[in-house]
Ligand binder design. Structure first.
Ligand code: ATR
Length: 285
């Protein structure tokens, strides 16, 4: 029985996943391995043959394969089906066969990070604002809806994408979803208990020029899934205006937990020590 896991991507050299999982393997004294494997899109079907042959217990998947593996897998859970992309594969033995199950743990990581950094963040059950309508936005909307937010407004530079996403996901989640443009922030902000940025804006010092953060409710939580830099311009602005903020690095750490548990049988704990190790490796500390 294999005890080997992987992170699959193209390119893959920047992934912090080997550092995270190998730290846990060492910490818990588990005999197993986790390594980065570079496979280009043309090689994905061959890689699945290796999975079906039992070479690995499973692994993580990153850009550009998250949607393709979702399609190639044999099984998907409900949330993963809605998100339309997977970041984790689990190989399960069934009689003489092996079944490849695809799951998306980004939404779990997002919620677990807020549970750790902002306990009670989901107690309000009110309105949430999500910036962006791409792949990352889907996982956040699922998390917010599962954790009781009743109204989620998706605001995007390209308004049509936000409206389409609200319509599509709105059929499957409990929350009421609406889509709009960034100009809608001003009238929605006063009722929002949480603001999440899911766009790449914030990297390389870029910022949303047109959002007046101070319009948010005084007790609103502001969080960003971008973690390079840790303190994005949005978080800096929110923090300066007195809002509670949570950076995105914890989501990266927490999304790794369910995979590790499924492959190696131990539920790992995200510690501040692990966070420091990753911060140092990324040059963030
Ligand atoms: P991902 O899967 O990481 O979410 P994506 O599907 O390419 O990536 O989506 C990127 C998101 O960031 C989109 O919501 C995009 O807005 P558009 O739909 O208008 O393209 C948003 N985004 C990227 N650059 C942006 C910018 N400079 N200003 C505002 N939004 C931006």
């Amino acid at each position: 029985m294999s005890r080997d896991a992987f992170v699959l991507g193209h390119p893959i050299s920047h992934s912090q996943s080997p550092l995270i999982h190998n730290s846990w393997l060492a910490q818990y004294g588990i005999e197993g391995s986790y390594r980065a494997i570079d496979v280009d899109p043309a090689g994905l079907v061959d890689f699945f043959a290796r999975l079906r042959a039992g070479e690995f217990v499973g692994g993580n998947v990153t850009i550009p394969h998250k949607q393709a593996v979702w399609e190639l897998a044999d099984m998907r859970d409900d949330q993963t089906r809605m998100i339309g992309a997977a970041n984790t594969l689990i190989v399960r033995s069934q009689a003489t066969d092996r079944i490849i199950s695809a799951t998306n743990t980004d939404w779990i990581g997002f919620a677990a990070n807020l549970d750790e950094q902002a306990p009670g963040w989901d107690q309000q059950g009110g309105e949430a604002l999500v910036l962006g309508a791409g792949g990352a936005s889907r996982a956040i909307i699922i998390a917010l809806s599962y954790r009781g937010y009743s109204k989620i407004h998706i605001l995007n530079r390209t308004e049509g994408r936000a409206i389409a996403l609200a319509k599509e996901l709105g059929r499957h989640v409990n929350a009421k979803l609406s889509g709009g443009g960034l100009q809608d922030f001003a009238h929605l902000a006063p009722n929002a208990g949480v603001l999440v940025n899911t766009t790449s804006l914030g990297m390389h010092g870029t910022r949303f020029e047109m959002l007046d953060i101070s319009l948010l409710k005084k007790d609103a939580l502001v969080t960003d899934i971008v973690y390079t830099p840790l303190m994005t311009p949005l978080l800096a602005e929110a923090s300066q205006a007195g809002y509670k903020t949570v950076d995105g690095l914890g989501m990266l750490l927490h999304q790794a937990v369910p995979g590790f548990e499924a492959w190696f049988g131990t539920k790992p704990v995200v510690t501040s020590q692990l966070r420091h190790i990753v911060e140092r490796a990324m040059g963030l500390a």
